[in-house]
Design a protein around this ligand. Sequence first.
Ligand code: HEC
Length: 198
Amino acid sequence: MKIWITLGIILCSGLLILTLWILPGAFSAKGKPPDLEIQLARFIRHWAVPSHLRHAQNPIPLEQEAFADALHHFADHCATCHANDGSGKTPMGPNFYPPVPDLREQTIQAMSDGELFYAIHYGVRFTGMPAWGKGDPDNDTESWNLVHFIRHLPDITPEEIKKMKSMNPMTQAAREEQEALDSFLAGEDFQPAAEHHH
Ligand code: HEC
């Protein structure tokens, strides 16, 4: 009996010391995740994708109009974190834990269509990647079209990037400035946007 109590106390204090040693900084988003952590997380996530999606191919054929919608959708909703070219080089991108990956890279392009769909529809827990799917995943053609767009990212053209820039969300101030400039260019009276003091 005494032995068990002693062992219990030793075990508990050991765990406490370990926790106090690991805990400081454990919730900071600074720093890069170690390779082992990335590989382990990706391995577990691969198996966490339901089997009917794990190796699924995109069931939606690639059509021009839907592709144009996906490009617009990406510029409007995804580029704030992922950048128009998918590089992840945005003010926020590298500061997430884990950081926003370069969607053009092999690690991501090697994922199956179904895995990409799963990440978009359901998001990725414990990361900055939100869930975008609404309603029944079986009717979520939008996310499947985004998968087509992600497959196209390694070959994205400067013209497409330019088009996307005009679709990126704007701040109120930037929109007012743009509107003032547009009306000026259209020959209307020039009204400069209100000046901003910092
Ligand atoms: C608020 C920032 C943010 C936005 C907005 C965002 N993402 Fe992400 N996304 C992330 C982060 C962070 C990751 C990395 C997750 C990880 O490491 O697993 C990620 C990962 C991904 C991945 C790869 C999944 C993986 O295994 O890493 C895909 C595909 C993706 N995002 C697509 C999109 C699409 C499409 C949109 C828009 C509909 C979008 N994301 C919007 C932050 C964002």
